[in-house]
Design a protein around this ligand. Structure first.
Ligand code: ADP
Ligand code: ZN
Length: 612
């Protein structure tokens, strides 16, 4: 293992293993099967790339997405490891060359799509010395999951065809059904299951509920304004919203683009590339976006609508902060989202499972205990302390006796014979004079205007709390009208008290942005529209210079900036200020090849900036 640890530094430039990496690598080297459950950014790739370099022969890596393979192969080559990919995007001629290289034993890693693997099963593969087989994104095998891929179900063939070759399956999706599905379908041989902590402490978690379209937009603009040069993803349920939002953001000088399955393949690829190369800062996307993206410096993720399950949510927010640097996530949800998602779940053909998943997601949104605890709990991890990095931890709920408020609302619902929805209820309470309300005679009700002292937004918040507390329920079969429950009646008749939580100000739960330079994106585009964050400390100046150099090199080599060095590596340079090659070799993420290639220029730049 000592030899392997040396390789970790030599090739990847890392001083130590992350939790479980060493154990997993050992298992592979001992030719045993394993299943690895590790969150996005946890460091799964090293687990098979390192043994691939260490063991004689070629490692096969099965991966579902072309873009992901390309990124990994480029990253490996940048570190001096011979790797290639065979998939549908590679021209026939090049494929021939790659096969040739593989046959000559020149490749340490060969990436294959599942179709590619099946296609080479009787041709190329039997002629190779295979060191190990890694099945990446292994959850694609499960029909229960969100990324199910038919071709993945045929992968059990590898276990039969290559006895004696260790198989390692890896995924960031950890729920029990998926885990069992993977084990069963791949027919792994007495596998050891490695479950690393799913905690991503660098991601802040914030949820806003019940905001209208305008309020959401204001909140989003405020959020992005503080993070103008940072890469972020805004997830929407509807295609039309992705386009509307991208347009609105663009009018505000934000480099934004829309991405959804309705665009042509070329358009999607272009948009994705612009994002990866930091030419576009914000992508407004449906969930079609992101799976193949390995961009490590995504600094934030916003959900414009609630996702259908905690797995989806966690995977989507997991695209932020893969480099381990602090990143923010923000989720908006409303009753309208819930109604739509319920319908999807009912029509999904697996309504029981999907409704339960939706319920869990809703409970996460509505919780008033630490959100991270709920997430970790969901993934079967026990936690004993609050995280301090979610909105609930930052603004612990303050309770008050809200019985009178609840009584006003319940009484209005009963006086309309439970025929109204949330909008009308608030309008009655706040004495709106809109036409429909007057036509129905609701202005004659005793409760008309009984709650005019509270703004619309606050009433909405309290009604959500009443839903959550079980005083009212939504009749989904009858135009989302509100019904009073038995426990609601208990409050109405004064038998029990209703404890509500004070309604937070809309902006209050957003973490104030850090002013430090390190929170900016890695690269400034050639034509920066607005630059609101100016460097002012020597560290920030150095960071800016490093980023510019990285960008120049990336452009010359036609690669994404983070493939040259990650944000974390630049930060380590700012921290350690290496002025010699030896000192530079010590930087996290600097292996031998990158030391050789970039050491001198970076050391020279650091010396130059510090002298100034
Ligand atoms: P995953 O595939 O699990 O999403 P990656 O393998 O892409 O994660 O790793 C995420 C980030 O962590 C990468 O930037 C990678 O270089 C870094 N990383 C992985 N292992 C280590 C380690 N032992 N020390 C420091 N950084 C690491
Ligand atoms: Zn918390």
């Amino acid at each position: 293992m000592q030899e392997v640890a040396l390789l970790l530094k030599k090739i990847f430039g890392f001083d130590s293993f992350r939790p479980l990496q060493a154990e997993i690598i050992q298992q592979i080297i001992q030719k045993k099967d394993s299943l690895v459950l590790m969150p996005t950014g946890g460091g799964k790739s090293v687990c098979y790339q390192l043994p691939a370099v260490y063991l004689p022969g070629t490692a096969l890596v099965i991966s579902p997405l072309v873009a992901l393979m390309k990124d990994q192969v480029e990253g490996l080559i940048a570190n001096g490891v011979a790797a290639a990919a065979l998939n549908s995007s590679i021209p026939e001629e090049e494929k021939l060359q790659i096969r040739q290289q593989a046959l000559q034993g020149k490749l340490k890693l060969l990436y294959l799509s599942p179709e590619g693997l099946l296609g080479e099963l009787n041709g190329l593969l039997p002629c190779l010395e295979i060191s190990l087989i890694a099945v990446d994104e292994a959850h694609c095998i499960s029909r229960w999951g969100h990324d199910f891929r038919m071709e993945y179900t045929q992968l059990s063939v590898v276990r039969e065809r290559f006895p004696g070759v260790p198989v390692v399956a890896l995924t960031a999706t950890a729920d029990k059904i998926t885990r069992l599905d993977i084990l069963e379908q791949l027919r792994l041989n007495n596998p050891q299951v490695f479950v690393s902590s799913f905690d991503r402490p660098n991601l802040s978690l914030t949820v806003h509920r019940g905001l209208g379209k305008k309020e959401k937009l204001a909140a989003i603009l405020g959020f992005i304004r503080h993070r103008r040069e940072q890469s972020g993803i805004l997830y929407c349920m509807k295609r039309a919203d992705t386009e509307d939002l991208a347009r609105i953001l663009a009018t505000q000088g934000i480099r934004a683009a829309a991405y959804h399955a309705g665009l042509s393949a070329e358009q999607r690829e272009q948009t994705q590339n612009d994002f990866i190369h930091d030419r576009t800062a914000v992508i407004c996307a449906t969930i079609a976006f992101g799976m193949g993206i390995d961009k490590s410096n995504v600094r934030w993720v916003i959900h414009y609508n609630m996702p259908g399950s905690i797995e989806n949510y966690y995977q989507e927010i997991g695209r932020a902060g893969r480099d381990g640097t602090a990143s923010d996530t923000l989720l908006f949800y409303s009753l309208a989202d819930l109604v739509l998602l319920r319908r999807f779940a009912l029509e999904s053909g697996q309504d029981a499972v999907n409704l339960e998943k939706l319920n869990r997601m809703q409970r996460y949104c509505e919780t008033d205990i630490c959100r991270r605890r709920i997430l970790l709990n969901y993934f079967g991890e026990e936690t004993t302390r609050d995280c301090g990095n979610c909105d609930v931890c930052r603004n612990p709920p303050q309770r008050f006796d809200g019985s009178i408020l609840v009584q006003k609302a319940l009484s209005a619902i009963l006086r309309t014979e439970e025929r109204i929805g949330m909008q009308m209820l608030i309008d009655i309470l706040r004495a709106s004079a809109r036409e429909e309300l007057l036509r129905l005679g609701y202005d004659k009700l005793k409760t008309y205007g009984a709650g005019r002292d509270l703004p619309f937004r606050v009433w909405k918040e309290y009604l959500y709390q009443m839903l959550q507390l079980g005083y009212i329920e939504v009749d989904y079969t009858q135009a989302q009208t509100l019904k009073v429950t038995a426990s609601g009646r208990n409050v109405l008749y004064g038998e029990t008290k209703a404890l509500l939580t004070t309604c937070p100000e809309p902006q209050e739960t957003l973490r104030p942005p850090e002013k430090k330079g390190k929170k900016k994106t890695s690269a400034t585009p050639p034509t920066t529209p607005i630059r609101i964050l100016e460097a002012n400390t020597p560290e920030e100046t150095l960071m800016d210079s490093l980023r510019q150099l990285r960008r120049r090199i990336a452009q010359q080599e036609n690669k994404a900036a983070y493939l040259i060095f990650s944000d974390a590596t630049l930060e380590d340079m700012v921290h350690k200020k290496p002025l010699t090659r030896e000192a530079f070799a010590d930087i996290r993420g600097v292996g031998e090849v990158k030391l050789e290639k970039y050491g001198n220029v970076f050391v020279a730049l650091i010396g130059h900036v510090l002298k100034k």
